[in-house]
Design a binder for this molecule. Structure first.
Ligand code: M6R
Length: 608
């Protein structure tokens, strides 16, 4: 899982590549490198560590090349090191390759190439690629790349240059994202759009096995038979600033504060007072819905947590049984799927390998797939039957925040849509939930304007070894998400427990001074949750309680209480997660952690 870029044009390539890579560091950041064709010769510079290390290495080097490729890495095969970083080259260093993905048959290919006399210097799977291209090279780079990829199994987005054809970049993708930027007399390749946005808003979204050749004559896209493919240009309308920090110290904080807008945008035109719910171009008839006897929600990480809320909400409103599955588990457990199955695949990036794999499995077995994703043109959006986009805008921080709340919104919209068509709840109830949804954006503003108590509670969290999150019903789903936020960016061990489950083991871990975050926003479960809080209080826990306004009775049991504005309990997750995001953020800042790029993580997990 990595980011790749490429440039060919009239400008100096080095700064364009480095700038592009800086926009892709969210995809991986344990090493970075570039390859240019400088004075007719391939020149590679690569360094372990952040992109800044590479920048430091390059700062005193005069590089004038107008063509190059670049890479930012998240290690899979081979530890992060100078040697394992990309670009990788063939034996005489005339061909350079950047790669995002995994070559699954690289061992077989490597053994064969070694038997043909090729020498390997790194531990990576990628290194087979420049050698394969070299093996097949017979005067035409794209021919060699096509032949090489025909030998390769797995996933890849590739950028390839060769000093034998110094005015050409060849690129291709399979199961890893790749776009082509179209400028004036210049062309770009990149794993994601923000990498080219400072130069062009016109891009091609490549499909699997589409090969790209960029030369000074222009950009050619073709299939493996070298037949030209005519593609439509996708014009990017969102703002370059939307992918920048906009005055906040970190992307995560900016993205937390973007939630009111993201929620509003995601609701726009889909939920309108007094009108039927619209799911963009998705239309499910009453008959089709009645034919569905099971829904699987499948996702990973934070997207999975949104699905836990989705299960509650769909079952409550649309009265269809829902199973929620972690994508990597779903794929390998022989799930029961047929044409009466509906899958909802949720993924911010739309590129998560396990979610994509689960989607493909379900599709193969006849299920209908609705994707909820934030990235237009992503693999998951293209392979699903229908897509409901979350209009959250680009999310750069590794820790997902606005993507999560907008996933919840998308799930409410889908649930209401199904309920409306099937008539499973009264229209008046549907209108009430719609009203509630339309008011959520301003209620999130209230929470964001009132975070002092949470910031103060950081002092009770930042030096803890373990923190426990408790909740019942929908609050349990939010406890899971709050716990993930804290552990991924502050490296404090934390766990989420269903309030009623605590006494079946975990309560043994509660001792004097243990920090517990208890959610009690669900009115019908309030009393029971208060009992669970008392159980941990009696054992010495320090408790932060999160409840709905008006439930100040909670103050009798907790050390600190934070209130969310009153909403229907079913909608409370959208609000109650925000204090937990804020708590995780300020705890990580207090500990001096790298908030936007936590260790060992990457934004988009495009490998299994
Ligand atoms: O792009 P996706 O929504 O498919 O990503 C899934 C997870 O990798 C992601 O939610 C991850 O758990 C986040 N780092 C959580 O903040």
């Amino acid at each position: 899982m990595c980011g790749i870029v490429g440039y060919l044009g009239k400008k100096k390539a080095v700064s364009i590549l480095i700038e592009g890579l800086s926009k892709l560091e969210y995809r991986g950041y344990d090493s970075a490198g570039i390859a240019l064709i400088e004075d007719g010769v391939v020149k590679v510079q690569k360094r372990k560590g952040r992109l800044a290390n590479l920048g430091e290495t390059l700062k005193d080097t005069e590089l004038n090349s107008k063509i190059g490729i670049g890479h930012t890495r998240w290690a899979t095969h081979g530890e992060p090191s100078d040697l394992n970083s990309h670009p990788h080259v063939n034996g005489d260093g005339t061909i350079a390759v950047v790669h995002n993905g995994i070559i699954e048959n690289y061992i077989v290919l490597k053994e064969w190439l070694v038997s043909e006399g090729y020498k390997f210097v790194s531990e990576t799977d990628t290194e087979v690629i420049p050698h394969l291209v070299d093996y097949y090279y017979n005067g035409n780079l794209e021919d060699a790349v096509i032949k090489a990829t025909q030998k390769m199994e797995g996933s890849y987005a590739l950028g390839v240059i060769s000093e034998k054809e110094p005015g050409k970049i060849v690129a291709v993708r399979k199961d890893s994202p790749l776009i082509v930027g179209v400028g004036e007399n210049e062309g770009f390749i990149a794993s994601d759009i923000p990498a080219v946005l400072n130069h062009t808003r016109d891009v091609y979204l490549l499909e699997d096995k589409e090969y790209v050749v960029i030369t000074e004559d222009g950009i050619k896209i073709m299939n493996s038979k070298k037949e030209e493919i005519k593609k439509e240009i996708f014009h990017v309308t969102w703002d370059v600033d939307a992918a920048e920090k906009g005055g906040y110290e970190h992307f995560m904080l900016k993205e937390i504060h973007e939630q009111p807008k993201a929620i509003k945008d995601t609701l726009t035109s889909r939920i309108v007072k007094g009108e039927k719910i619209k799911l963009d171009s998705i239309s499910l008839t009453k008959e089709q819905l009645e034919n569905i006897d099971r829904i699987y929600i499948v996702a990973c990480g934070t997207a999975y947590h949104s699905g836990v809320v989705g299960k509650y909400v769909i079952e409550r409103l649309a009265k269809v049984p829902v199973e929620i599955d972690i994508a990597s588990e779903f794929r390998y457990r022989n799930p029961l799927i047929n044409e009466r199955t509906l899958m909802i695949a949720i993924s911010q990036s739309g590129e998560t390998a396990d979610t994509l794999g689960a989607l493909r499995l379900a599709k193969e077995k006849g299920a209908r797939i609705i994707a909820i994703t934030n990235v237009v043109g992503s693999s998951i959006s293209r392979e699903a039957d229908d897509v409901l986009y979350t209009w959250a805008g680009p999310e750069i921080a590794v820790a997902s925040t606005k993507a999560y709340t907008t996933m919840l919104i998308a799930l409410y919209i889908i649930s209401l849509y199904m309920a409306e068509i099937k008539g499973t709840v009264k229209q008046s109830e549907i209108e009430k939930v719609k009203d509630g949804l339309l008011n959520l954006s301003e209620k999130t503003v209230e929470i964001l304007n009132n975070t002092e108590k949470i910031k103060n509670f950081v002092e009770k969290v930042y030096d803890q070894r373990d923190v426990y999150y408790l909740g019942r019903g929908l609050d349990y789903a939010i406890a899971m998400e709050g716990s993930l936020k804290l552990k991924e960016i502050s490296y404090i061990h934390s766990e989420a427990y269903a309030g009623g489950e605590l006494k079946h083991g975990t309560i043994a871990l509660i001792e004097e001074g243990t920090t517990v975050i208890a959610l009690a926003t669900q009115e019908d479960l309030f009393e029971k949750m208060v009992s669970n809080i008392k159980e941990v209080k009696t054992r010495g826990a320090n408790v932060l309680g999160i409840a709905m306004e008006g439930h100040d009775y909670i103050e009798k049991t907790v050390d600190e209480a934070v209130y969310i504005p009153r909403v229907m309990p079913i909608l409370a997750p959208v609000l109650s997660v925000i204090p937990l995001q804020v708590l995780a953020y300020y705890t990580a800042v207090r500990k001096g952690c790298d908030v936007d790029k936590p260790r060992n993580l990457a934004k988009s997990v495009t490998v299994e």
